[in-house]
Design a protein around this ligand. Structure first.
Ligand code: FEO
Length: 171
């Protein structure tokens, strides 16, 4: 069964949002790099890879289901940061926005009785739970320990250890 047009279109739009997420996190990494916090910069560079992987999963799914993918322009992230906690706050806010956007995709699939796409999106729903938890944990850690130089140093060390594990296509 071919994808309903409105389901294909909303997933295509989601590709752009995932690539924007990658672009946004690149600016977070740039900020921390300039601050000399290379662990935080590393964490966000891994996040760039994660977001690109999310976009690639959606692209693959659309191509495999006969939808002609279109790549739109990626907006310029316009955030400016006055302190080390600001990107973390913006990150949590952004992931909450992406969760709502994935929920909208799910609603479109549900309305079209598209159970195959719902199965794909089950993976994204779960992934968004992890994304929000990670963003919230980083914010809490910074609020608890970030004002102490040793605490900040330890957090930076911890984030330096993050490595990329490519997610496998969920279906
Ligand atoms: Fe692709 Fe951070 O959600």
């Amino acid at each position: 069964m071919a994808l309903a047009q409105q389901v294909g279109d909303i997933l295509n739009a989601q590709i752009n949002k995932e690539l924007y997420s990658a672009y946004l996190y690149l600016t977070f990494a740039d900020y921390y790099e300039e601050r000399g916090l290379k662990g935080f910069a590393n964490w966000y560079m891994i996040q760039v890879q994660e977001e690109t992987a999310h976009a690639k999963i959606l692209r693959r799914y659309l191509l495999d289901n006969g939808y002609a993918v279109k790549m739109g322009a990626i907006a310029q992230p316009d955030k400016t940061f006055a302190s080390d906690v600001d990107p973390l706050k913006a990150g949590l806010e952004h992931e909450e926005y992406i969760t709502a956007s994935i929920n909208d995709c799910y609603q479109a699939a549900y309305d079209a009785h598209d159970f195959r796409t719902m199965q794909l999106l089950d993976w994204f729903v779960k992934e968004q739970g992890e994304e929000e938890t990670n963003a919230s944990d980083m914010l809490k850690n910074m609020e608890l320990f970030g004002s102490d130089p040793k605490g900040l140093f330890d957090l930076d060390r911890e984030y330096q250890a993050r490595t990329f594990v490519a997610p496998t296509m969920p279906m």
